[in-house]
Every structure is written in structure tokens, then in C-alpha cells.
Design a protein around this ligand. Structure first.
Ligand SMILES: [Fe+2]
Ligand SMILES: [Fe+2]
Length: 294
């Protein structure tokens, strides 16, 4: 990016902001399959056949899916050669997990120079991990208006704005960059930019508004519960160092009392906290193995 205007004057943040928004056009979009999953999940009833039809629209995705499905991860004795077979042999839930992991790769499998994610797979793992944790918290929160799959997509994309902002920051040591620093550098923070990107991709406004307020859930209006679920997901994943430069440790305790403000805001049943955390851990196990299956 050029740091000066044609006249040689240092551009104001309005100019940089415009360049940032322009740059978002070059981000690889999520596979259409993700939006179609959201539409499918909102239907009262869908069959494995509907699921296959959606996946089959993206042949590059199908090829990667079959490769991962045939890896050692699922312990099959014979090879899987088609999506209908994969549905039967590894199940819709596992297949969906691979679809999300694979379809987010081109977007999130990147090294960020200024943010403190693990250089190899940190941002991808953080995005997926927060996606799964948000999904589980959304399901456990009685008043949350989001569908579970929408919670997943919001979590997956919550920090996508950092991918663009990173290129506009002066190169430095990876560290936690504050939202104030982002605004000072480019005129908007990563949450606002993520909302813009998600609107550009025609994702439901419920998901983009949730993401917009993930650092400010109390101001999220009708989406404040979704934003709180995302904020809580992020805190729990941070406690496990998911995607960070320090080693990931899923065994680290995450007692509810440490997160009582968010848990109370979401009206989570305290007796179900341990189960919810267990469900999140289960959804995260094996993610880094999928990553290795190139
Ligand atoms: Fe995050
Ligand atoms: Fe964030």
C-alpha cells in the first residue's frame, strides 16, 4: 500500500479507510456452501440428500473433503469416494465439521504480521475454535436469537477484519493490537470491518451484527445475546491458548465463576456449565489434524 497521496501529502485516515474497504474486495470469499448451509439449517427439516446437494456445488471443496475424510482421522478401512458415502460412513456432523474447516482455509490459513497468533495455523485455529465455542454457547443460551449455525459462522468470521487491517499496520512484533490502535491507523476497527465484509458476502444481518459487537456486546441491541455468546467463546478459547503463540492446552480449567458476568447475561444454567465446556472441548479435538491434511 502506498503511504502517500499523489500530491505527496500523508493521507488522512479517511483515505486509508477507503483503501482498506477497497482491499476487502480481494479477500477470498467463503465457499457459497457456507451460506447455503445457513439457509438449510434455518429450515425445519432437511435430509442428508439436501446436504449432499449443497456440498456437491463446489467440486474443489468436494475433492478436499474426500481427502480429509480418507485421512487417518476417521479410521476407515475402505476408501470413501463420494459425498453420499461420506455421509453414511462418517456422518453428517463430522462431514459438516470438515466442510467448515476446509471452506475457511483459503481465507483464514494466513500468517498475520502484527497480531499474536501462532504463525503457522494460529488465525485459522482461533477462528474455527471461536466458531465452535460460539455455536455451543448459542445453543445453551435460552434467549439468544441466533440459530446455532449462525453462531458458528459469526464466530468463524469475527476477526476477519484483522486480515485486511494487518496489511495497513506498520510491521512490528506480533502482539495484541488494541481496537484504538486499529482506529488510529485505518479509521475503523476489525469488528466494524468484519461486519462490512460479511455484508459484502450477503451473509445474514443477524451474523454480521453479532460480529460488529463482539467487543461491545451490551450495545448490540437485538443481537447483544449473540455478541455476548461470541465474547464468552473468545474468552474461553483464550484460556486454552487456542491459536496463540503459547502452546494450546485444552485441559486448562475454565470455571464458570471466572466468566460470571457473561454467563449471567446469557442466562446460562450454572448446572449445565461443565457439560457446555465438555461439548466445546469435544468439537475442538482433532481440528489441528484436519489442518495438517494438505
Ligand atoms: Fe478473536
Ligand atoms: Fe475481535
Amino acid at each position: 500500500m502506498s503511504s502517500t497521496t499523489v500530491s505527496g501529502a500523508k493521507p488522512g485516515w479517511k483515505t486509508v479507510r477507503f483503501e482498506v474497504l477497497e482491499k476487502t474486495e480481494s479477500l477470498p470469499s467463503l465457499s457459497m456452501v457456507v451460506s447455503e448451509f445457513l439457509a438449510l439449517a434455518r429450515r425445519e427439516y432437511f435430509t442428508a440428500k439436501d446436504f449432499e446437494t449443497v456440498i456437491s456445488r463446489d467440486q474443489a471443496l468436494v475433492a478436499r473433503l474426500l481427502k480429509v475424510a480418507n485421512s487417518g482421522l476417521y479410521g476407515r478401512s475402505r476408501s470413501i469416494t463420494s459425498i453420499p458415502e461420506a455421509v453414511v460412513l462418517i456422518g453428517v456432523d463430522n462431514l459438516k465439521k470438515i466442510v467448515y474447516a476446509v471452506s475457511s482455509e483459503s481465507l483464514t490459513k494466513r500468517r498475520l504480521d502484527n497480531y499474536d497468533y501462532h504463525p503457522d495455523q494460529g488465525f485459522w485455529l482461533h477462528s474455527l475454535g471461536v466458531g465452535y465455542a460460539t455455536k455451543v454457547f448459542v445453543e445453551a443460551s435460552p434467549g439468544c436469537p441466533l440459530h446455532a449455525e449462525e453462531g458458528f459462522v459469526a464466530g468463524l468470521l469475527h476477526d476477519v477484519g484483522k486480515l485486511v487491517i494487518d496489511e495497513f499496520l506498520p510491521v512490528g512484533q506480533p502482539r495484541p493490537i488494541t481496537r484504538e490502535e486499529e482506529i488510529k491507523a485505518v479509521g475503523l476497527d476489525h469488528a466494524e470491518l468484519a461486519e462490512y465484509i460479511m455484508k459484502l458476502w450477503n451473509l445474514p444481518s443477524s451474523t454480521s451484527a453479532t460480529v460488529r459487537f463482539h467487543h461491545d456486546y451490551r450495545n448490540g441491541g437485538p443481537m447483544s445475546a449473540g455478541a455476548a455468546a461470541l465474547a464468552l467463546a473468545q474468552e474461553v478459547c483464550a484460556a486454552w491458548n487456542l491459536g496463540r503463540t503459547n502452546a494450546m492446552d485444552l485441559s486448562c480449567e475454565v470455571p464458570q465463576k471466572k466468566y460470571s458476568e457473561l454467563a449471567e447475561f446469557l442466562a446460562l444454567d450454572p448446572t449445565k456449565w461443565d457439560q457446555v465446556i465438555w461439548d466445546i472441548r469435544q468439537s475442538l479435538v482433532g481440528l489441528d489434524d484436519i489442518f495438517g491434511e494438505d
